[in-house]
Design a protein around this ligand. Sequence first.
Ligand code: URA
Length: 217
Amino acid sequence: MSELKEILKFYGEMGAEFLHLPVSDPRTDLAELNRSILQCRQCRLHESKTHYVPGEGSSRPDILFIGEGPGQTEDQFGRPFIGNAGQLLDKIIQKMGYRREDVFIGNVVKCRPPNNREPLIDEVEACLPFLRRQIELLKPKIIVCLGKVALNNLLGTSHSMGRIRGQLLRFNDIPLIPTYHPSFILHKKEKEEISQAKREVWEDMQKALAVISGQRP
Ligand code: URA
């Protein structure tokens, strides 16, 4: 601070009336990051994809949802979570009192793994710097990891989702809550199992809302 005062004093003595200080705008930085994602050739996934799926939403979101990687519909349109799992995620977002454009939705990998297989270690390693930079720029109040692939790759852990879901964790000082991936619910056959998984996700999202509003769950 004293350094800044010295600098301002110096410019004052020089007769300067205005100082144009560069202010970083997250939208500009995000746009630049998107451009790098759209040119990425760091792993094999760029060869088989149709479109890159960098992620989308508010540049100052309360919530950052992180999924695993684009599926077929996402790959076709270049947008995250717009297929069946996305429709369920949209309902969750709405129930939380947000619109899709109020939050940010991203993925661990930005290109679709062939046949929706899990991304391989080297693919995740190549893509994670993009996600880390997105988190740095977006500064969300909370991160919601959808499924164990998102959680374990981001944190470098090997948790089972059944055990860890709903627990308040942290990524670089940002609160993080893991919950089931929407596809996990969609793949269930029994009505009671579907209801229970939905109940548990809603329980986890209420914890996320409590963190956002400043009340610890
Ligand atoms: N599943 C994901 O993990 N991400 C998407 O974008 C879509 C489906």
